[in-house]
Ligand binder design. Structure first.
Ligand SMILES: *Cc1c(COP(=O)(O)O)cnc(C)c1O
Length: 404
């Protein structure tokens, strides 16, 4: 076989539309929670591909599902259904509140489907002007025009005006503010049970309960964006299960495919029929290859051992991070659930989260930020304790640089 073309990090600047600023090394292979770059330098992976690689890298369960399906059938188009997608739909509906599933390829697409469904339900209700969407400041729902508009971070939407209208943003965790804008014209409220990109900020249970009551009162759909919190990330299969609040629509993606692109919008028999034949669609959504991988990943994660393991690892991380913090006094607060952990920097280190992840990279650790002041960890749900120990040791060296 011919040698593949040799490429370097600087080629990113040569050929790629510059919407990202990737690290100055190129990962080339991974196994479990370790990754190696072109120079064969090893990294511990506390980033997990941004809450995606739930089983780490090259897990045999995912590799097997992918390769077995790859030999059979990749894609047939929506004129035909397929076995893997039906099995996955059965798993998702049997294990959640939902009765029906719409499959797509990403979190943004799942939210796009959810918001369009809500608009359609509002239209079908016959209530004039029932198209209002209530969303929250600092929220993140994806990068399509509708989802950046629903997101509560103007920096992601303002350059693309005119934006879809009818979206009202109020402060997260402020029930009175939500109450002031939810009315008969509201078709949906969209909320993350834990704001991920916005800084790993958990929603208060009373806030979510209040939103549920307001949605019931005014006939609006309650949409939980669980793209980041779903599929075991919090130690429960979905984060709504920790809250006692059941949404009408749930969106899931990221960890669902364990690294293979797939997304889904879950809803109930009450609302699903409003998306009738032809109302919405996608070419790749629900393809056999993605569905086979997601089915295997979902089955692996949805066991008491794995979910309990996430809770155990949460505590293990917290103990280690608190010990580090006792020495360096860098974090004001360590928050989050399961393996979605945010370390909020003290005021004197404001804006330094990116520097910390850069230094972590130099020390051989992949970590994330969630805004300028929060260092975020979303590792594999099955990361071994010895990899946590080693990653924390490398983080310690990075923090020592900051403390200097
Ligand atoms: C990542 C994320 C999205 C967007 O998902 P994509 O797959 O990047 O489109 C939406 N909502 C939340 C909460 C996310 O974390």
């Amino acid at each position: 076989m011919e040698q593949p073309i040799s490429v370097t990090r600087s080629n990113f600047n040569d050929w790629m539309v510059p919407v990202f600023a990737p690290a100055n090394f190129i990962p080339v292979r991974g196994e479990g929670s370790r990754i190696w770059d072109q120079e064969n330098k090893e990294y511990i992976d506390f980033a997990g591909g941004i809450a995606v690689n739930a089983l780490g890298h090259a897990h045999p369960v995912a590799v097997n599902a992918l390769t077995e399906q790859a030999k059979k059938l990749w894609h047939v188009g929506n004129g035909y259904t397929n076995e893997p997608v039906l099995r996955l739909a059965k798993q998702l509906t049997e294990n959640t509140f939902a009765d029906k599933v719409f499959f797509c390829n990403s979190g943004a697409e799942a939210n796009e489907a959810a918001l369009k469904l809500a608009r359609k339900v509002g239209l079908d209700s016959g209530v004039a002007g029932k198209s209002g969407i209530v969303a929250f400041k600092n929220a993140f729902h994806g990068r399509t025009l509708f989802t950046v508009s629903a997101g509560g971070q103007p920096k992601y939407s303002q350059d693309f005006a005119p934006l879809p209208n009818g979206i009202n943003h109020v402060a997260f965790n402020d029930l009175d503010a939500a109450k002031a804008v939810i009315n008969e014209q509201t078709c949906a409220v969209i909320v993350e049970p834990i704001q991920g990109e916005g800084g790993v900020i958990p929603a208060d249970i009373e806030f979510l309960k209040g939103l549920r009551a307001l949605c019931d009162e005014f006939g609006a759909l309650l949409i939980f964006d669980e793209v980041q919190t779903g599929v075991g990330r919090t130690g429960s299969l979905y984060a709504y299960m920790n809250t006692g609040v059941i949404p009408d629509v749930l969106t899931t993606a990221k960890a669902l495919g364990g690294g293979f692109p797939v997304g889904a919008m879950l809803t109930t028999d009450k609302y699903a029929p409003h998306f009738s034949v032809g109302t919405h669609g996608t070419t790749y959504g629900g393809n056999p290859l993605a569905s086979a991988v997601a089915g295997a990943v979902f089955e692996f994660i949805n066991t008491p051992e794995v979910l309990e393991g996430v809770k155990h690892r949460h505590q293990y991380f917290l103990d280690a991070l608190n010990t580090l913090n006792a020495e360096y006094q860098i974090f004001e607060e360590i928050r989050g659930q399961g393996l979605l952990i945010g370390c909020v920097l003290k005021a004197e280190y404001a804006g330094k989260a990116k520097d910390i992840t850069t230094w972590a990279g130099e020390e051989g650790l992949l970590a994330l930020i969630a805004g300028p002041d929060v260092v975020r960890f979303t590792p594999s749900l099955i990361i071994p304790e010895q990899d946590i120990d080693e990653g924390i040791a490398r983080l310690k060296r990075a923090l020592a640089k900051l403390a200097k």
